[in-house]
Write a protein that binds this ligand. Sequence first.
Ligand code: E4P
Length: 219
Amino acid sequence: MIFFIDTANLNEIKEAYNLGILDGVTTNPTLMAKEGITGSNNILKHYVDICNIVDGYVSAEVNATDYKGMIAEAEILSELHQNIVVKIPMTADGIKAIKYLSNKEIKTNCTLIFSAGQALLAAKAGATFVSPFVGRLDDIQADGLQLIAQIRLIFDNYGFETQILAASIRTPMHIIQCAEIGADVVTVPLSVILGLIKHPLTDKGLEQFTADYNKGNKQ
Ligand code: E4P
């Protein structure tokens, strides 16, 4: 299973990378703004800074919503670094842009996927990744994980090579359930990645082992 971190915070990216389990990064305009990164030049520079930390795919999102604007931005983004994957929103113009970029062998991540039909069209257009938003569906009392399972079935039925990138992951259990379903990738905030490590019985057991080791050393 491929692990991406879902942040534009360089320290968090370094921390996850230093754990040795990080395969890439996803960002979006909201995550960039959260880090105070605004203005196109600063944003482009920040993508390069991220690529210089992580040896893996880095999703960089277009801000244009029309076909021509998306293509123009995608070409600039893809030339920043070989690991850039251009994030394109799920719209009719987005689908056309994904098809165009796929023909040019530019990698794409179709974002804001909330239905199986959207994922199917993005895969048909040649997207490298589709990003279904698990948490945001759960937020409106729909079933985000059910969508991951539906897309897995459809992609397997037809042998689509498009990878399912489970996004909007909120809890360690989301990660485990995505792994059970067979999502190819999860993109996760650092706190949720670290949440996978924690277990009260691990803490208790370690405390006991340390205490017993220290007893032996005192004899
Ligand atoms: C990543 O590609 C998505 O933009 C991100 O996972 C969305 O997460 P959120 O729903 O927590 O904002």
